[in-house]
Design a protein around this ligand. Structure first.
Ligand SMILES: Cc1cc2nc3c(=O)[nH]c(=O)nc-3n(C[C@H](O)[C@H](O)[C@H](O)COP(=O)(O)OP(=O)(O)OC[C@H]3O[C@@H](n4cnc5c(N)ncnc54)[C@H](O)[C@@H]3O)c2cc1C
Length: 477
Protein backbone atom coordinates (compact mmCIF):
# COMPACT_ATOMS: atom_id res chain seq x y z
CA UNK A 1 0.00 0.00 0.00
CA UNK A 2 1.24 3.50 -0.90
CA UNK A 3 2.29 5.76 2.03
CA UNK A 4 -0.60 7.82 3.43
CA UNK A 5 -3.08 6.10 1.06
CA UNK A 6 -6.02 6.07 3.51
CA UNK A 7 -5.49 9.70 4.59
CA UNK A 8 -5.13 10.76 0.93
CA UNK A 9 -8.39 9.02 0.00
CA UNK A 10 -10.11 10.86 2.85
CA UNK A 11 -8.62 14.17 1.67
CA UNK A 12 -9.91 13.49 -1.83
CA UNK A 13 -13.42 12.83 -0.48
CA UNK A 14 -13.31 16.11 1.48
CA UNK A 15 -11.90 18.44 -1.22
CA UNK A 16 -12.82 16.64 -4.47
CA UNK A 17 -11.37 18.23 -7.63
CA UNK A 18 -9.05 20.41 -5.57
CA UNK A 19 -6.95 17.29 -4.89
CA UNK A 20 -4.87 16.11 -7.85
CA UNK A 21 -3.73 12.49 -7.68
CA UNK A 22 -2.54 12.26 -11.29
CA UNK A 23 1.02 11.20 -12.07
CA UNK A 24 1.63 14.40 -14.10
CA UNK A 25 0.27 16.71 -11.41
CA UNK A 26 2.32 15.04 -8.68
CA UNK A 27 5.47 15.05 -10.81
CA UNK A 28 5.13 18.79 -11.53
CA UNK A 29 5.03 19.46 -7.78
CA UNK A 30 7.87 17.06 -6.97
CA UNK A 31 10.76 19.51 -7.48
CA UNK A 32 11.75 23.15 -7.31
CA UNK A 33 14.62 25.01 -9.01
CA UNK A 34 17.13 22.74 -7.26
CA UNK A 35 15.80 20.06 -9.65
CA UNK A 36 15.90 17.25 -7.13
CA UNK A 37 12.61 15.38 -7.21
CA UNK A 38 10.49 13.55 -4.58
CA UNK A 39 7.01 12.45 -5.61
CA UNK A 40 4.19 13.60 -3.29
CA UNK A 41 1.03 11.51 -2.76
CA UNK A 42 -1.28 14.39 -3.70
CA UNK A 43 -1.29 18.04 -4.76
CA UNK A 44 -3.95 20.32 -3.31
CA UNK A 45 -4.95 23.50 -5.12
CA UNK A 46 -7.04 25.47 -2.61
CA UNK A 47 -9.96 27.50 -3.93
CA UNK A 48 -10.32 29.43 -0.68
CA UNK A 49 -8.07 29.77 2.33
CA UNK A 50 -10.35 27.61 4.50
CA UNK A 51 -9.33 24.62 2.33
CA UNK A 52 -5.84 24.92 3.80
CA UNK A 53 -7.21 24.54 7.33
CA UNK A 54 -8.93 21.31 6.21
CA UNK A 55 -5.69 19.95 4.70
CA UNK A 56 -3.55 20.78 7.73
CA UNK A 57 -6.02 19.53 10.37
CA UNK A 58 -6.23 16.18 8.57
CA UNK A 59 -2.48 16.00 7.94
CA UNK A 60 -1.79 16.76 11.59
CA UNK A 61 -4.19 14.07 12.79
CA UNK A 62 -2.80 11.46 10.36
CA UNK A 63 0.85 12.64 10.53
CA UNK A 64 1.10 13.31 6.80
CA UNK A 65 4.00 15.59 5.69
CA UNK A 66 2.82 18.80 4.00
CA UNK A 67 4.97 21.04 1.79
CA UNK A 68 3.72 24.45 0.73
CA UNK A 69 4.60 25.55 -2.78
CA UNK A 70 4.53 29.02 -4.32
CA UNK A 71 6.07 28.67 -7.77
CA UNK A 72 9.01 26.43 -6.86
CA UNK A 73 11.64 29.01 -7.85
CA UNK A 74 13.73 28.38 -4.73
CA UNK A 75 17.19 27.11 -5.60
CA UNK A 76 17.69 25.57 -2.16
CA UNK A 77 15.39 22.54 -2.41
CA UNK A 78 13.11 24.10 0.24
CA UNK A 79 9.93 23.40 -1.75
CA UNK A 80 10.84 19.82 -2.72
CA UNK A 81 8.63 17.38 -0.77
CA UNK A 82 11.51 15.23 0.50
CA UNK A 83 9.26 13.08 2.68
CA UNK A 84 6.42 12.78 0.15
CA UNK A 85 2.97 13.50 1.59
CA UNK A 86 0.89 16.38 0.29
CA UNK A 87 1.88 19.56 -1.54
CA UNK A 88 -0.31 22.68 -1.25
CA UNK A 89 -0.03 24.76 -4.44
CA UNK A 90 -0.74 28.38 -3.48
CA UNK A 91 -0.90 29.94 -6.95
CA UNK A 92 -4.70 30.33 -6.96
CA UNK A 93 -4.79 32.61 -3.89
CA UNK A 94 -3.53 35.59 -5.86
CA UNK A 95 -5.86 38.54 -5.30
CA UNK A 96 -4.29 42.00 -4.91
CA UNK A 97 -5.93 45.15 -3.51
CA UNK A 98 -4.04 48.42 -3.16
CA UNK A 99 -5.15 50.72 -0.34
CA UNK A 100 -3.86 53.94 -1.89
CA UNK A 101 -4.86 56.05 1.14
CA UNK A 102 -2.81 54.03 3.59
CA UNK A 103 0.00 52.99 1.21
CA UNK A 104 -0.70 49.31 1.83
CA UNK A 105 -1.17 46.30 -0.45
CA UNK A 106 -3.49 43.47 0.63
CA UNK A 107 -2.29 40.40 -1.25
CA UNK A 108 -2.97 36.71 -1.45
CA UNK A 109 0.11 34.55 -0.86
CA UNK A 110 -0.03 33.22 -4.44
CA UNK A 111 0.27 36.64 -6.13
CA UNK A 112 3.57 37.09 -7.96
CA UNK A 113 5.97 39.79 -6.79
CA UNK A 114 5.89 41.48 -10.20
CA UNK A 115 2.06 41.60 -10.18
CA UNK A 116 2.16 43.34 -6.79
CA UNK A 117 4.75 45.82 -8.08
CA UNK A 118 2.66 46.58 -11.15
CA UNK A 119 -0.55 47.05 -9.12
CA UNK A 120 1.28 49.40 -6.72
CA UNK A 121 2.91 51.31 -9.58
CA UNK A 122 -0.51 51.84 -11.18
CA UNK A 123 -1.46 53.94 -8.15
CA UNK A 124 1.83 55.83 -7.79
CA UNK A 125 3.25 53.49 -5.13
CA UNK A 126 6.37 51.34 -5.10
CA UNK A 127 7.01 47.87 -3.63
CA UNK A 128 10.85 47.61 -3.57
CA UNK A 129 11.70 43.92 -2.86
CA UNK A 130 12.57 42.56 -6.30
CA UNK A 131 14.08 39.09 -6.55
CA UNK A 132 15.32 38.48 -10.10
CA UNK A 133 12.66 35.77 -10.31
CA UNK A 134 9.90 38.33 -9.61
CA UNK A 135 7.80 37.55 -12.70
CA UNK A 136 7.35 34.01 -11.34
CA UNK A 137 7.86 33.84 -7.58
CA UNK A 138 5.04 34.47 -5.11
CA UNK A 139 4.68 36.81 -2.17
CA UNK A 140 4.14 33.74 0.07
CA UNK A 141 7.46 32.28 -1.12
CA UNK A 142 9.16 35.68 -0.65
CA UNK A 143 7.88 35.86 2.92
CA UNK A 144 8.88 32.27 3.67
CA UNK A 145 12.44 32.91 2.37
CA UNK A 146 12.68 36.59 3.38
CA UNK A 147 13.59 37.29 -0.23
CA UNK A 148 15.71 40.26 -1.18
CA UNK A 149 16.97 41.52 -4.51
CA UNK A 150 18.71 44.51 -6.00
CA UNK A 151 16.93 47.15 -3.89
CA UNK A 152 17.89 45.61 -0.53
CA UNK A 153 20.71 47.99 0.38
CA UNK A 154 18.60 51.14 0.39
CA UNK A 155 15.08 49.88 1.07
CA UNK A 156 15.49 46.54 2.82
CA UNK A 157 14.19 43.03 2.15
CA UNK A 158 10.75 41.41 2.29
CA UNK A 159 10.71 41.48 6.11
CA UNK A 160 10.93 45.29 6.06
CA UNK A 161 7.67 45.52 4.08
CA UNK A 162 5.43 43.00 5.85
CA UNK A 163 2.88 44.75 8.06
CA UNK A 164 0.64 41.76 8.87
CA UNK A 165 0.20 38.11 7.97
CA UNK A 166 -2.67 35.65 7.98
CA UNK A 167 -2.64 31.92 7.59
CA UNK A 168 -2.71 28.58 9.38
CA UNK A 169 -0.70 26.88 12.07
CA UNK A 170 0.45 23.33 11.26
CA UNK A 171 -2.47 22.12 13.40
CA UNK A 172 -4.94 23.71 10.95
CA UNK A 173 -5.93 26.62 13.24
CA UNK A 174 -6.41 30.00 11.57
CA UNK A 175 -4.22 32.90 12.86
CA UNK A 176 -3.55 36.55 12.08
CA UNK A 177 -0.26 38.18 13.07
CA UNK A 178 -0.80 41.95 13.20
CA UNK A 179 -3.43 44.15 11.59
CA UNK A 180 -3.49 46.51 8.61
CA UNK A 181 -1.88 49.25 10.67
CA UNK A 182 1.74 50.35 10.51
CA UNK A 183 2.16 49.97 14.27
CA UNK A 184 1.32 46.88 16.32
CA UNK A 185 2.82 46.09 19.72
CA UNK A 186 0.25 43.67 21.11
CA UNK A 187 1.94 40.47 22.24
CA UNK A 188 4.83 38.37 20.91
CA UNK A 189 5.78 39.17 17.34
CA UNK A 190 5.07 35.86 15.60
CA UNK A 191 4.72 37.65 12.28
CA UNK A 192 8.49 38.08 12.18
CA UNK A 193 9.01 34.50 13.32
CA UNK A 194 7.07 33.29 10.27
CA UNK A 195 9.09 35.51 7.91
CA UNK A 196 12.07 33.47 6.77
CA UNK A 197 10.76 30.26 8.37
CA UNK A 198 10.76 28.48 4.96
CA UNK A 199 7.26 27.06 5.28
CA UNK A 200 8.15 25.15 8.46
CA UNK A 201 6.14 27.07 11.08
CA UNK A 202 2.89 27.95 9.28
CA UNK A 203 1.18 28.50 5.94
CA UNK A 204 0.86 32.12 4.84
CA UNK A 205 -2.40 32.71 2.96
CA UNK A 206 -2.29 36.50 2.81
CA UNK A 207 -0.22 39.54 3.74
CA UNK A 208 -0.54 43.25 4.19
CA UNK A 209 2.52 44.90 2.63
CA UNK A 210 3.87 48.39 3.13
CA UNK A 211 4.34 50.53 0.01
CA UNK A 212 6.44 53.65 -0.43
CA UNK A 213 5.81 56.55 -2.81
CA UNK A 214 7.18 55.82 -6.27
CA UNK A 215 10.46 57.75 -6.67
CA UNK A 216 10.02 60.69 -9.03
CA UNK A 217 13.52 60.49 -10.51
CA UNK A 218 16.04 57.78 -11.31
CA UNK A 219 19.57 58.02 -12.65
CA UNK A 220 21.82 55.14 -13.71
CA UNK A 221 25.58 54.98 -13.98
CA UNK A 222 27.85 52.22 -15.29
CA UNK A 223 31.37 51.99 -13.90
CA UNK A 224 34.15 49.57 -14.78
CA UNK A 225 37.28 48.65 -12.83
CA UNK A 226 40.69 47.16 -13.52
CA UNK A 227 40.01 44.16 -11.26
CA UNK A 228 37.63 42.78 -8.63
CA UNK A 229 39.63 43.97 -5.63
CA UNK A 230 39.58 47.58 -6.79
CA UNK A 231 35.86 47.35 -7.64
CA UNK A 232 34.94 46.18 -4.14
CA UNK A 233 37.30 48.71 -2.56
CA UNK A 234 35.53 51.42 -4.58
CA UNK A 235 32.11 50.23 -3.43
CA UNK A 236 33.25 50.57 0.17
CA UNK A 237 34.58 54.07 -0.52
CA UNK A 238 31.18 55.07 -1.92
CA UNK A 239 29.30 54.00 1.19
CA UNK A 240 31.89 55.71 3.39
CA UNK A 241 30.72 58.92 1.65
CA UNK A 242 27.22 58.13 2.98
CA UNK A 243 25.80 57.80 -0.54
CA UNK A 244 22.92 55.33 -0.62
CA UNK A 245 22.12 54.16 -4.17
CA UNK A 246 18.77 52.43 -4.76
CA UNK A 247 20.69 49.74 -6.64
CA UNK A 248 24.42 48.98 -6.54
CA UNK A 249 25.29 45.79 -8.40
CA UNK A 250 28.75 44.30 -8.78
CA UNK A 251 29.57 41.81 -11.55
CA UNK A 252 32.99 40.19 -11.72
CA UNK A 253 34.58 39.65 -15.12
CA UNK A 254 33.36 36.04 -15.47
CA UNK A 255 29.76 37.16 -14.78
CA UNK A 256 30.03 40.00 -17.30
CA UNK A 257 31.31 37.63 -19.98
CA UNK A 258 28.55 35.05 -19.29
CA UNK A 259 25.77 37.66 -19.35
CA UNK A 260 27.14 39.19 -22.55
CA UNK A 261 27.45 35.86 -24.33
CA UNK A 262 23.95 34.78 -23.24
CA UNK A 263 22.22 37.99 -24.30
CA UNK A 264 24.38 39.11 -27.20
CA UNK A 265 24.51 42.56 -25.57
CA UNK A 266 27.38 44.39 -23.93
CA UNK A 267 27.01 45.39 -20.29
CA UNK A 268 29.26 48.43 -20.66
CA UNK A 269 30.16 49.18 -24.30
CA UNK A 270 33.92 49.41 -24.77
CA UNK A 271 34.63 47.76 -21.42
CA UNK A 272 34.08 44.11 -22.39
CA UNK A 273 35.32 41.62 -19.84
CA UNK A 274 35.97 44.12 -17.04
CA UNK A 275 34.34 43.93 -13.62
CA UNK A 276 31.56 46.50 -13.30
CA UNK A 277 29.42 48.23 -10.71
CA UNK A 278 26.00 49.35 -11.94
CA UNK A 279 24.41 52.06 -9.83
CA UNK A 280 20.97 53.57 -9.70
CA UNK A 281 20.00 56.61 -7.66
CA UNK A 282 16.30 57.13 -6.90
CA UNK A 283 14.32 59.78 -5.07
CA UNK A 284 13.03 63.29 -5.65
CA UNK A 285 14.52 65.21 -8.58
CA UNK A 286 16.45 67.47 -6.21
CA UNK A 287 17.73 64.55 -4.15
CA UNK A 288 18.97 62.65 -7.23
CA UNK A 289 20.57 65.79 -8.74
CA UNK A 290 22.36 66.39 -5.49
CA UNK A 291 23.68 62.83 -5.13
CA UNK A 292 24.73 62.64 -8.78
CA UNK A 293 27.49 65.16 -8.10
CA UNK A 294 28.98 63.01 -5.33
CA UNK A 295 28.66 59.81 -7.36
CA UNK A 296 30.30 61.27 -10.46
CA UNK A 297 33.19 62.58 -8.35
CA UNK A 298 33.52 59.11 -6.80
CA UNK A 299 33.50 57.45 -10.26
CA UNK A 300 36.18 59.83 -11.54
CA UNK A 301 38.34 59.01 -8.55
CA UNK A 302 37.94 55.24 -8.43
CA UNK A 303 36.68 53.77 -11.72
CA UNK A 304 38.59 52.94 -14.87
CA UNK A 305 35.66 54.26 -16.92
CA UNK A 306 32.13 55.48 -16.26
CA UNK A 307 29.09 56.30 -18.35
CA UNK A 308 25.56 57.51 -17.63
CA UNK A 309 22.67 55.50 -19.09
CA UNK A 310 21.09 57.67 -21.75
CA UNK A 311 17.48 56.53 -21.83
CA UNK A 312 14.93 54.54 -19.83
CA UNK A 313 15.09 51.83 -22.52
CA UNK A 314 18.86 51.56 -22.06
CA UNK A 315 18.37 51.26 -18.29
CA UNK A 316 15.73 48.54 -18.61
CA UNK A 317 18.01 46.65 -21.00
CA UNK A 318 20.88 46.94 -18.55
CA UNK A 319 18.87 45.45 -15.67
CA UNK A 320 17.48 42.77 -17.97
CA UNK A 321 21.05 41.71 -18.83
CA UNK A 322 21.93 41.73 -15.12
CA UNK A 323 18.90 39.53 -14.30
CA UNK A 324 20.13 36.96 -16.84
CA UNK A 325 23.45 36.52 -15.06
CA UNK A 326 22.35 33.53 -13.03
CA UNK A 327 21.01 31.40 -15.90
CA UNK A 328 23.83 32.50 -18.23
CA UNK A 329 26.43 30.68 -16.14
CA UNK A 330 25.39 27.23 -17.31
CA UNK A 331 27.69 27.67 -20.31
CA UNK A 332 30.53 27.11 -17.81
CA UNK A 333 29.22 23.80 -16.49
CA UNK A 334 25.98 21.85 -16.18
CA UNK A 335 25.96 22.06 -12.38
CA UNK A 336 26.10 25.05 -10.08
CA UNK A 337 26.50 25.46 -6.34
CA UNK A 338 24.62 28.73 -6.06
CA UNK A 339 25.57 30.52 -2.88
CA UNK A 340 24.12 33.83 -1.63
CA UNK A 341 26.57 34.65 1.13
CA UNK A 342 26.87 37.98 2.95
CA UNK A 343 30.22 39.66 3.61
CA UNK A 344 30.64 42.59 6.01
CA UNK A 345 31.63 45.67 4.03
CA UNK A 346 34.89 46.13 5.94
CA UNK A 347 36.02 42.71 4.62
CA UNK A 348 35.29 43.37 0.91
CA UNK A 349 38.88 43.47 -0.34
CA UNK A 350 39.94 40.52 1.80
CA UNK A 351 37.00 38.53 0.41
CA UNK A 352 37.79 39.52 -3.21
CA UNK A 353 41.36 38.21 -2.74
CA UNK A 354 40.04 35.02 -1.14
CA UNK A 355 37.78 34.43 -4.16
CA UNK A 356 40.72 34.73 -6.55
CA UNK A 357 42.61 32.14 -4.47
CA UNK A 358 39.55 29.88 -4.39
CA UNK A 359 39.23 29.98 -8.18
CA UNK A 360 42.91 29.11 -8.58
CA UNK A 361 42.90 26.35 -5.97
CA UNK A 362 39.70 24.68 -7.21
CA UNK A 363 40.45 25.11 -10.93
CA UNK A 364 36.72 25.87 -11.38
CA UNK A 365 34.96 28.92 -12.79
CA UNK A 366 33.33 30.81 -9.88
CA UNK A 367 31.49 33.78 -11.40
CA UNK A 368 30.37 36.14 -8.67
CA UNK A 369 27.95 39.03 -8.72
CA UNK A 370 25.63 40.69 -6.27
CA UNK A 371 24.34 43.48 -4.18
CA UNK A 372 27.31 45.43 -2.83
CA UNK A 373 25.09 47.86 -0.94
CA UNK A 374 24.31 45.11 1.58
CA UNK A 375 27.22 42.68 1.10
CA UNK A 376 25.01 39.96 -0.40
CA UNK A 377 27.10 38.28 -3.10
CA UNK A 378 26.06 35.41 -5.35
CA UNK A 379 29.02 33.07 -5.61
CA UNK A 380 28.41 30.44 -8.29
CA UNK A 381 30.66 27.40 -8.23
CA UNK A 382 30.32 25.84 -11.69
CA UNK A 383 31.28 22.27 -12.57
CA UNK A 384 30.33 19.32 -14.74
CA UNK A 385 28.21 16.77 -12.91
CA UNK A 386 29.75 13.76 -14.67
CA UNK A 387 33.30 14.87 -13.91
CA UNK A 388 34.04 13.36 -10.47
CA UNK A 389 37.20 15.44 -9.95
CA UNK A 390 35.29 18.67 -10.64
CA UNK A 391 32.39 17.61 -8.40
CA UNK A 392 34.82 16.91 -5.54
CA UNK A 393 36.61 20.23 -6.15
CA UNK A 394 33.22 22.02 -6.03
CA UNK A 395 32.35 20.33 -2.71
CA UNK A 396 35.70 21.40 -1.21
CA UNK A 397 35.30 24.92 -2.59
CA UNK A 398 31.84 25.42 -1.06
CA UNK A 399 33.08 24.18 2.32
CA UNK A 400 36.01 26.64 2.22
CA UNK A 401 33.72 29.43 1.09
CA UNK A 402 31.31 28.94 3.98
CA UNK A 403 34.09 28.62 6.57
CA UNK A 404 35.69 31.83 5.28
CA UNK A 405 32.43 33.78 5.20
CA UNK A 406 31.66 32.86 8.82
CA UNK A 407 35.26 33.61 9.88
CA UNK A 408 34.93 37.07 8.28
CA UNK A 409 31.81 37.74 10.36
CA UNK A 410 29.37 37.20 7.46
CA UNK A 411 26.35 34.98 6.77
CA UNK A 412 25.98 31.71 4.84
CA UNK A 413 22.74 33.03 3.30
CA UNK A 414 21.40 36.53 2.76
CA UNK A 415 18.16 35.83 0.89
CA UNK A 416 17.75 32.23 -0.28
CA UNK A 417 17.54 30.52 3.10
CA UNK A 418 18.73 27.06 4.13
CA UNK A 419 16.25 24.57 2.59
CA UNK A 420 18.18 21.38 1.87
CA UNK A 421 21.16 22.90 0.06
CA UNK A 422 22.67 24.76 3.00
CA UNK A 423 21.97 22.21 5.72
CA UNK A 424 25.65 21.10 5.92
CA UNK A 425 26.60 24.66 6.93
CA UNK A 426 23.86 25.65 9.40
CA UNK A 427 26.05 24.63 12.32
CA UNK A 428 28.95 26.73 11.04
CA UNK A 429 26.73 29.78 11.44
CA UNK A 430 24.91 28.83 14.65
CA UNK A 431 26.08 27.53 18.02
CA UNK A 432 24.47 24.28 19.25
CA UNK A 433 22.30 26.26 21.69
CA UNK A 434 21.01 28.42 18.84
CA UNK A 435 20.10 25.40 16.71
CA UNK A 436 18.36 23.80 19.73
CA UNK A 437 16.37 27.02 20.30
CA UNK A 438 15.20 26.97 16.65
CA UNK A 439 14.25 23.30 16.95
CA UNK A 440 12.31 24.05 20.15
CA UNK A 441 10.30 26.75 18.33
CA UNK A 442 9.59 24.31 15.51
CA UNK A 443 8.41 21.68 17.99
CA UNK A 444 6.21 24.17 19.89
CA UNK A 445 4.33 25.26 16.75
CA UNK A 446 4.45 21.95 14.87
CA UNK A 447 4.57 19.23 17.55
CA UNK A 448 4.01 16.42 15.02
CA UNK A 449 6.60 17.80 12.61
CA UNK A 450 4.29 17.69 9.57
CA UNK A 451 5.15 21.01 7.93
CA UNK A 452 8.02 20.85 5.45
CA UNK A 453 9.90 18.15 7.35
CA UNK A 454 13.50 17.21 6.48
CA UNK A 455 14.60 20.81 5.89
CA UNK A 456 17.02 23.11 7.70
CA UNK A 457 18.16 20.79 10.54
CA UNK A 458 18.87 17.38 8.91
CA UNK A 459 22.18 17.43 7.05
CA UNK A 460 21.63 16.66 3.33
CA UNK A 461 24.34 16.88 0.66
CA UNK A 462 22.07 18.00 -2.13
CA UNK A 463 24.82 17.92 -4.75
CA UNK A 464 25.06 14.15 -4.35
CA UNK A 465 21.39 13.68 -5.36
CA UNK A 466 20.39 12.91 -8.95
CA UNK A 467 18.91 15.98 -10.67
CA UNK A 468 16.17 16.22 -13.27
CA UNK A 469 17.52 17.16 -16.65
CA UNK A 470 14.97 19.83 -17.60
CA UNK A 471 14.70 23.55 -18.33
CA UNK A 472 12.34 25.63 -16.22
CA UNK A 473 10.64 28.74 -17.64
CA UNK A 474 12.96 31.04 -15.64
CA UNK A 475 16.07 29.17 -16.85
CA UNK A 476 15.42 30.65 -20.31
CA UNK A 477 14.88 34.17 -19.09
C1 LIG B 1 16.45 32.83 -11.73
C2 LIG B 1 16.23 33.02 -10.25
C3 LIG B 1 16.58 34.24 -9.67
C4 LIG B 1 16.38 34.44 -8.30
N1 LIG B 1 16.71 35.64 -7.76
C5 LIG B 1 16.49 35.88 -6.45
C6 LIG B 1 16.83 37.15 -5.89
O1 LIG B 1 17.31 38.05 -6.57
N2 LIG B 1 16.59 37.32 -4.58
C7 LIG B 1 16.04 36.34 -3.80
O2 LIG B 1 15.82 36.58 -2.62
N3 LIG B 1 15.74 35.13 -4.31
C8 LIG B 1 15.93 34.87 -5.61
N4 LIG B 1 15.62 33.65 -6.13
C9 LIG B 1 15.09 32.58 -5.25
C10 LIG B 1 13.54 32.45 -5.21
O3 LIG B 1 12.95 33.00 -6.37
C11 LIG B 1 12.99 33.10 -3.97
O4 LIG B 1 13.43 32.40 -2.82
C12 LIG B 1 11.45 33.18 -3.90
O5 LIG B 1 11.10 33.88 -2.74
C13 LIG B 1 10.74 31.82 -3.87
O6 LIG B 1 9.37 32.06 -4.13
P1 LIG B 1 8.39 30.91 -4.67
O7 LIG B 1 7.02 31.46 -4.71
O8 LIG B 1 8.88 30.33 -5.92
O9 LIG B 1 8.49 29.86 -3.47
P2 LIG B 1 8.81 28.32 -3.56
O10 LIG B 1 10.09 28.12 -4.26
O11 LIG B 1 7.63 27.59 -4.05
O12 LIG B 1 9.01 27.98 -2.00
C14 LIG B 1 10.10 28.47 -1.30
C15 LIG B 1 9.90 28.17 0.20
O13 LIG B 1 8.80 28.93 0.67
C16 LIG B 1 7.79 28.09 1.24
N5 LIG B 1 6.51 28.72 0.89
C17 LIG B 1 6.07 29.09 -0.33
N6 LIG B 1 4.86 29.67 -0.24
C18 LIG B 1 4.53 29.66 1.08
C19 LIG B 1 3.40 30.10 1.82
N7 LIG B 1 2.36 30.68 1.23
N8 LIG B 1 3.39 29.91 3.15
C20 LIG B 1 4.44 29.32 3.78
N9 LIG B 1 5.52 28.87 3.13
C21 LIG B 1 5.58 29.05 1.81
C22 LIG B 1 8.03 26.74 0.61
O14 LIG B 1 7.53 25.71 1.43
C23 LIG B 1 9.54 26.72 0.50
O15 LIG B 1 10.10 26.39 1.73
C24 LIG B 1 15.82 33.40 -7.49
C25 LIG B 1 15.47 32.19 -8.09
C26 LIG B 1 15.68 32.00 -9.45
C27 LIG B 1 15.28 30.68 -10.05
Amino acid sequence: MKPHAAATALLKRRLGARVDLSEDGRWAASFDSSKISFLPAAVVTPRQEADIGVVLALANRRRVPVTVRGRGTTLMGSAAPVNGGWVIDMRGLNRIRIDGDAGLAHVGAGATTAAVQRAADGQGWFYPPDPSSKEYCTIGGNIACNAGGMHGGKYGVTRDFVVALRGFLPTGEFVEWGTATKKFAAGFNLRDLWIGSEGMLGVVTGAVLKLIPRPAARWTLLTSFADEVSALAAARALFRQRVQPAICEFLDRESVLCAERATGRTVFPGQAGRPVILLELAGSVAEVDDLKVDVLAWAQRTARAHQEARSRAEVEQLWAVRRKCSGAMFELGDAKLNEDIVVPMRQYEKFARFLLRLKRASGLPIPTFGHVADGNLHVNIMYHRDNRAEARAAERAVQRLMETVVALGGAISGEHGIGLAKTPFLRLQHRPAQVRAMQAVKHALDPRGILNPGKMFDVVRIWQHPRLDLKLPWDHK
